[in-house]
Design a protein. Structure first.
Length: 276
């Protein structure tokens, strides 16, 4: 089966605890080997593979397992995107990233904004982050990106009010904005857009289009949700790859998610008509 965009939440663990983290509080959970095997069992090609978390470079064992399974099953991965906060890097990680870039186009993005900066300062990790960023830029042509270019109240609409960000007050956003540091060029990056739900299966060609996002427990869920909401979706949509395999889990997800969205739309329209 061909999959256009496969997003994998390798871990819910992170090295830092940004106060705007849309995932919520970090958790010591990692994707199992069984889940990785079941995800890739029926795949022949992936156009875009996103390795995410938490901090994905904490999940080196999982990345190595993915490399094993794609080599063993001769799976073609066109592009790999990995987003890291740059706080963990060693020779083992660099060798593994080299391996990822051997048969695929590897795009490493370095997440950074004022919230990351404050957390790196608090934990005395800022210098380390900068050094690691230089290595990743030199070896892998990595590029900076930021979640939020400005953390001020005038741009509050840019801050999605989910996860920990839901608790950020305008007062705190103003404080952060005043602290804004000039040591680092916040303009030198790009914003990664949030992806909408658009997954579709073309049976005649055995191709899955749109984003197939698998959480740390092997559930197909929407991308960019807080961990708690992912778990809620997992309970509602019965879309676990270990129970159903990737294709049937995706079909369950598409069916149940569409029904859910349809119910919400219908209810909204009904209420609109009722109130006019
Ligand atoms: S925003 Fe990213 S780096 Fe910060 S705590 Fe959340 S997952 Fe970790």
């Amino acid at each position: 089966m061909y999959v256009e965009s496969l997003y994998l939440e390798l871990t819910r663990m992170c090295t830092i605890e940004c106060e705007h983290c849309l995932r919520g509080d970090r958790r010591n959970e990692y994707m199992s080997k069984e889940t990785i095997d079941n995800i890739f069992k029926d795949i022949t090609e992936v156009e875009r593979l996103l390795l995410t978390g938490g901090e994905p470079l904490l999940a080196l064992r999982q990345i190595k397992e993915i490399l094993n399974v794609i080599h063993k099953n001769n799976i073609k991965i066109d592009k790999i995107l990995l987003i890291t906060n740059c706080t963990v890097l060693n020779d083992d990680i660099i060798n593994t990233l080299n391996e990822l870039s051997t048969d695929s186009k590897l795009n490493i993005q370095l997440s950074y904004d004022m919230f990351h900066y404050l957390e790196l300062q608090r934990l005395n990790l800022f210098e380390k982050r900068q050094k690691n960023a230089e290595v990743l830029k030199e070896k892998f042509n990595a590029s900076e990106y930021f979640d939020y270019k400005d953390a001020n109240k005038r741009n509050k609409d840019l801050i999605y009010p989910i996860g920990k960000a839901a608790n950020l007050s305008l007062k705190r956003l103003d404080e952060i904005n005043i602290l804004k540091n000039t040591n680092y060029d916040f303009n030198n990056g790009s914003i990664v857009p949030t992806i909408a739900f658009d997954t579709t299966y073309l049976e005649e060609d055995n191709e899955l289009y749109g984003v197939v996002n698998v959480d740390v427990n092997g559930n197909i869920v929407s991308y960019s949700l807080p961990f708690d909401e992912e778990d809620n979706e997992a309970n509602r949509y019965d879309s676990n790859v270990n129970k159903h395999g990737l294709l049937n889990a995706s079909l369950n997800y598409i069916k149940n998610k569409n029904q859910d969205d349809f119910k919400k739309r219908t209810k909204r329209n009904y209420l609109k008509i009722k109130n006019t």
